[in-house]
Ligand binder design. Structure first.
Ligand code: 87F
Length: 487
């Protein structure tokens, strides 16, 4: 039938897989770790792009497109960067039935594709800042459990790559981009995130420091990295000889950043807001914000009801609201209610004979099921306000749930206990790599190992605090909470 067979609190993994499929966002593909992104998902991706791209254009960041393929020697150039990632690189070794002279890699990220040309294009300080972004796919041949949107062998993202004359300019941009990522999550996906700095162990090895926005999934007690904004320092400039002649005529290396968000954002949004009836989409990113459904009644004039629905859709569309009518006669209203609830449409409007007689419509919110009768005359200003309320309410509810999971711990025992309770833990933190490694071993085998997520920029009164989350361990330990000075 139409309903889900798994519940969100019952079997989260199975629930998630059903929701993205029944909600018509994802179709599973014959090659493991790859997924088909259907229009219902791509519409969310496009709404996010409609916010983000104009914002970076305001920052004078230009769109480019570099090739998908990377030569081996260039890929190996920045040792720190590639070390550890090598197993994930996919290679083209043949064309037709003949082997390639030299295997060619498919980009897992584009630093090594782009930076030889940054070196060629950047000569003097007048060539700076160089700020480019590309919207593309990348391939990482991962082996840990693939999950639609969250972890796939190919995914879509934007990757920004910028070069500056000074570190100050780079530092400033890192945080400007991070703020855009916060807005993307909080204002569009209605998902609360924590901004912070990654630990030395978790940061991008090829960079100087990494900042990120961290989301949290209460059902699993897992933190999830939402987007990253790295300052690369001068590491890549050294490797790829990206120098410029500064005002004093001296040769200087550029300071670089790179930053990305990917289709993982959609998965986080589904995990946070979805419920046992399916997807729940924030109005700002939903392809359809209002679905209008006619309720035929035995001898009522169904044509009149249908035209009232079409007129309602027109009124709403003229206001810039993404409204559609489902007037199919081969499906019952009940079937349609379940179908559009599964797809997470924020607001449903029902029109039946009674409504027509009273010159009103029945509006039903997807997020909390609230039913409201609206006079036809008030449709214009009421519906827009309702959609804004739904957007805000979805964020407030998610933030309240996330905050309820945050626990401050001051002792190892408190920490281990919180770990077992799927908490997002704030604990004092020293950021020494061996401490991080030690805790990783010490917390294995417990309810689930843990990982540092970030050291929040907004710190509670505690000294040096890092925010962590318990990660139900699948194949590898990749998330643990931790304290710093405590031991
Ligand atoms: O995050 C970002 C933001 C966008 C540009 N790239 C950086 C850093 C990517 C780190 N990374 C991640 N997986 C990889 C996998 C294979 C080879 C290299 C890499 C790799 O460098």
């Amino acid at each position: 039938g139409l309903g889900l067979t798994n519940t969100k609190d019952g079997n989260f993994g199975e629930w998630y897989s059903e929701v993205v499929t029944n909600g018509e966002m994802i179709e599973y593909y014959e090659i493991s770790g790859c997924y088909i992104l259907r229009p219902w998902a791509m519409a969310v991706w496009e709404e996010m792009q409609n916010f983000f791209d104009p914002e970076i254009k305001k920052m004078k960041i230009k769109t480019c497109y570099f090739p998908l393929f990377v030569s081996n020697n260039v890929l190996q150039k920045e040792k720190d960067h590639i070390e550890g990632f090598a197993p994930e690189v996919a290679w083209v070794t043949r064309s037709g039935d003949s082997d390639l002279e030299v295997p060619i890699a498919i980009r897992p990220t584009s630093e090594t594709v782009m930076y030889p040309y940054y070196s060629k294009w950047i000569r003097g300080h007048r060539d700076l800042p160089l700020k480019l972004n590309q919207w593309c796919n990348v391939v990482r041949w991962e082996f840990s459990n693939p999950t639609p949107f969250i972890r796939s062998r190919e995914f879509l993202w934007q990757e920004g790559h910028t070069a500056f004359a000074t570190k100050e300019e780079a530092d400033t941009e890192v945080l400007e981009i991070l703020e855009l990522y916060r807005r993307l999550y909080e204002e569009y996906l209605a998902v609360p995130v924590v901004k912070g700095k990654k630990s030395e162990m978790e940061k991008f090895a090829g960079g100087l420091y990494t900042t990120s926005v961290e989301a949290f999934i209460p059902n699993t007690g897992r933190g999830v990295q939402g987007a990253t904004s790295h300052c690369l320092g001068q590491n890549f400039a050294k490797m790829f000889e990206i120098n410029f002649e500064d005002e004093k005529g001296e040769k200087a290396m550029v300071w670089q950043n790179s930053w990305a968000y990917s289709t993982r954002t959609i998965g986080v949004m589904v995990m946070v807001h979805g419920d046992d009836k399916g997807l729940v989409l924030p109005p700002k990113v939903s392809a359809v914000q209002v679905i209008v459904i006619h309720v035929p009644y035995k001898d009522a004039d169904v044509k009149e009801i249908m035209s009232a629905c079409s007129a309602t859709v027109k009124t709403l569309c003229d206001l810039g609201i993404r409204a559609e009518a489902d007037l199919r006669e081969n499906y019952s209203p009940g079937w349609k209610y379940s179908h559009w609830e599964m797809k997470g449409v924020p607001l449903r409007i029902e029109i039946g004979p009674k409504d027509l007689a009273n010159n009103q419509v029945r509006a039903v919110r997807r997020d909390n099921g609230e039913k409201i009768d609206i006079p036809m005359a008030d449709l214009a200003d009421k519906v827009k306000v309702m959609l804004d309320n739904i957007q805000q309410s979805m964020f407030d509810v998610a933030k309240q749930k996330r905050d309820a999971c945050i626990q401050v711990t001051k002792t190892w025992d408190e920490f281990i206990e919180a770990l077992g309770q799927k908490k997002l833990i704030l604990a004092p933190w020293c950021d020494e790599e061996e401490v991080e490694k030690e805790v990783k071993t010490k917390t294995k085998g417990e309810t689930g190992a843990a990982k540092t997520l970030c050291s929040p920029f907004e710190q509670p009164e505690l000294p040096e605090v890092a925010i962590m989350a318990c990660m139900k361990l699948g194949s590898k330990a990749d998330a643990f909470q931790k304290q710093g000075q405590a031991w």
